[in-house]
Ligand binder design. Structure first.
Ligand SMILES: [Fe+2]
Ligand SMILES: [Fe+2]
Length: 273
């Protein structure tokens, strides 16, 4: 039976070592390197590594150039390509310049790759200047055309903002136009939607399609008290196996100190994710 394995990481929130951003002191790129070593040592042997956004925490072109070196090293270590999408803390222009080596532009970053029979579609839900997200009309039209022909092993959609309801999260953390995207995905060969943004592990369905919002490598969140939310040191990744029979998702958690990084009023939640 034909099958495919990939690794899903998310919300790496990396910055260059020289950065003085608010998250720089947590050395979050080191956690990505640690994660990649773990994937290699555990013999996961993924066909690809997927990162569903918030690659950087408000990074500039120099941060993205550094992130590219980290992910190129990761790719070499695990023996597989790394595919990324953008999150609300990413910036299109700096990403295109520093990570892709392109002329800076605000053009949305989305794609479709055939990976040995599995189709991976990366969408751009990040919207400049905002923390909520949506898929624009041009992407929806492109996606509809793309999905008209099924792929041998089906399709995985990667996106930063989740479609499904996530317990404890205000609705503005979800993809704003998830109903529109759901209409495009319904009845196609899409078997899974991989997301991030909420910094906790969630598995569910949207109109019958498996949806995952993963916790990621940087930190996880939980209520500190009735009014405040806290971010706690955490690092994990998901191993996703896809076969002709279906899909399975296994979460691996790396040991951390579990110390509290910071806390803030629940009203400021979106800004932190
Ligand atoms: Fe986010
Ligand atoms: Fe995030």
């Amino acid at each position: 039976m034909k099958s495919m394995r990939f690794v899903h990481l998310t919300d790496t929130h990396m910055n260059a070592p020289s950065s003085d951003g608010p998250f720089a002191k947590f050395k979050l790129a080191e956690k990505v390197k640690q994660t990649c070593r773990h994937i290699q040592e555990a013999n996961i042997a993924p066909a690809f590594v997927l990162i569903t956004g918030d690659l950087s925490h408000e990074g500039d072109a120099a941060d993205y150039a550094y992130i590219r070196t980290v992910l190129d090293e990761c790719s070499a270590l695990v023996g597989a390509p790394v595919h990324v999408v953008l999150g609300n803390h990413d910036h299109r222009s700096a990403f295109r310049q520093g990570y892709l080596g392109e002329t800076p532009s605000e053009e949305a970053y989305y794609y479709s790759h055939d990976i040995d029979g599995l189709r991976l579609i990366g969408l751009n839900s990040q919207t400049p200047g905002r923390h909520d997200g949506e898929i624009d009309a041009a992407q929806l039209a492109w996606l509809s055309d793309e999905l008209a022909q099924p792929a041998p092993l089906g399709t995985i959609v990667a996106i930063h903002h989740p479609m499904m309801s996530v317990r404890g999260m205000p609705g503005d953390h979800l993809l704003a136009n998830r109903a529109q995207l759901g209409e495009v995905l319904a009845g196609t060969d899409v078997i899974g939607v991989m997301a991030g943004h909420v910094h906790s592990n969630n598995v569910g369905t949207y109109r019958g399609i498996v949806n995952v919002a993963a916790a990621g490598t940087a930190f996880t969140g939980e209520m500190a008290d009735a009014d405040n939310y806290k971010m706690v040191n955490f690092c994990g990744y998901n191993v996703v196996d896809v076969s002709e029979e279906g899909i399975s998702i296994q979460t691996t958690v790396l040991p951390t100190s579990n110390e509290e990084y910071f806390r803030f009023p629940i009203a400021a939640l979106a800004v932190q994710h």
